[in-house]
Design a protein around this ligand. Structure first.
Ligand code: FAD
Length: 359
């Protein structure tokens, strides 16, 4: 992959394409499967709407009127089936009970990661849990606007850049909208993910049906990963998984993630959620290995919702410094030779990548 200034300043949310009144912007995928806007100059009127919704260009960090919490869903099953303390499914429940729709990232039939809406608990299962792949947001901004104009409750959860893009796209406060952004390490290449999917399918001679990046069966805070191929489940430590190893070494992130400006506690969303690192130090009695969520409450809307849902949680208020972690302070570091390595990983067979990583 060639070093390219444009790539370092585009998070690929697609809001510019969706807002363009002339339909002059199309999202084009590069060799890593990352989407970038291409403008048809002959249709562009220069209205500037695309710039006004760009989360990278427009100031995206909030005022800092924050309250900080640690939280765990009281219902064990909710916590077990989510990646950290289960704050997301508790918020989702609030919206579904009110006939609303919850947007998050799930797999499609071919194991691509895409944002989609869930209107009931069965659908919600598909958008719970962390997927370490950039999700495709095509059509989501417009769907959400439609739901809100129809006076429906909407919960959106995504990376901070996706969430800020939604806020800019809507350009108006809606009483029934709850925006939730994640503490985010960075998003890996969809093409590299698909290469891994193919590798697993070839290895086990079947079709991959599900992949869980944070499996909690060993009560070790999700440090296992599991997947299903043709009815057989494969479980291992997340640290033995080649795809995850490369992710945690920062090798396959989107170029813009290395310059991410959302690595701070201040956001424009209602809530920021993530893993409560250091829970063993701050509240050892809650450290049962099943995950604790960090929750940053930013807005009046969030304060109202928090009052409504807190009975569903074991929670405590804390100081900002109690929940700080690397991705609330600075972006993931770009590895040396990143652009060379990305090119190499694209052409190397996964068998070989596995061998290199294991040596
Ligand atoms: C790519 C990525 C990197 C992350 N990095 C960190 C980190 O460095 N530090 C940290 O504390 N937390 C990080 N998180 C957040 C953490 O893993 C949990 O997702 C979060 O704490 C919510 O967990 P939960 O138990 O409340 O609910 P869950 O049920 O686990 O909810 C997960 C939520 O994230 C959404 N989601 C899942 N995958 C994606 C995706 N690819 N793109 C957008 N949204 C997605 C789901 O739709 C759901 O809304 C990251 C998450 C992702 C997706």
């Amino acid at each position: 992959m060639e070093k390219n200034r444009r790539k370092e300043t585009c998070c690929g949310c697609g809001a510019c394409a969706e807002v363009c009144p002339e339909g002059a912007i199309h999202m084009i995928y590069d060799r890593e499967g990352f989407a970038y806007p291409e403008i048809d100059k002959s249709s562009c009127t220069g209205c500037g709407r695309c710039k006004s919704v760009c989360p990278v260009k427009v100031n995206g960090t909030g005022e800092g009127q924050n309250t900080y919490f640690g939280a765990q869903a009281k219902k064990k099953q909710l916590r077990y089936s989510s990646s950290s303390g289960g704050i997301f499914p508790v918020l989702a429940q609030y919206v579904i009970e009110r006939g609303g729709i919850v947007y998050g990232a799930g797999y499609d039939r071919d194991m691509n990661v895409v944002h989609k809406g869930a209107e009931n608990y069965a659908q919600l299962e598909g958008i719970k849990r962390t997927k370490y792949v950039q999700s495709n947001m095509e059509g989501i901004f417009s769907s959400i606007k439609k739901n809100l104009v129809g006076n429906r409750w909407v919960l959106f959860c995504g990376t901070p850049c996706q969430t800020q893009a939604l806020i800019l796209f809507l350009n108006k406060k809606y009483e029934k909208l709850i925006t939730v952004d994640l503490v985010c390490y960075g998003v890996p290449s969809p093409v590299f993910w698909k290469k891994y999917v193919k590798f697993l399918e070839h290895k086990h001679r079947g079709k991959l049906k599900d992949f869980c990046f944070r499996d909690k069966r060993n009560v070790d805070n999700g440090h296992m990963r599991s997947y299903w191929i043709d009815g057989v489940e494969y479980v291992d430590s997340i640290y033995q998984d080649i795809y995850c190893k490369l992710y945690f070494k920062n090798y396959v992130l989107r170029p813009a993630c290395y310059n991410c400006k959302f690595c701070t506690v201040n956001r424009n969303s209602d809530f920021t959620i993530g893993d409560f690192w250091g829970i063993e130090r701050v509240k050892p009695e809650l450290d049962d290995g099943m995950g604790t969520s960090l929750v940053i409450v930013h807005s009046d809307q969030a304060r109202k919702i928090w009052e409504m849902i807190k009975a569903e949680l074991d929670w405590f208020e804390c100081e900002r410094n109690d929940l700080l972690q690397p991705r609330l302070l600075e972006a993931s570091r770009i590895p040396r030779f990143y652009y060379v390595l990305v090119d190499l990983y694209r052409i190397m067979p996964f068998r070989l990548i596995e061998r290199v990583m294991n040596n």
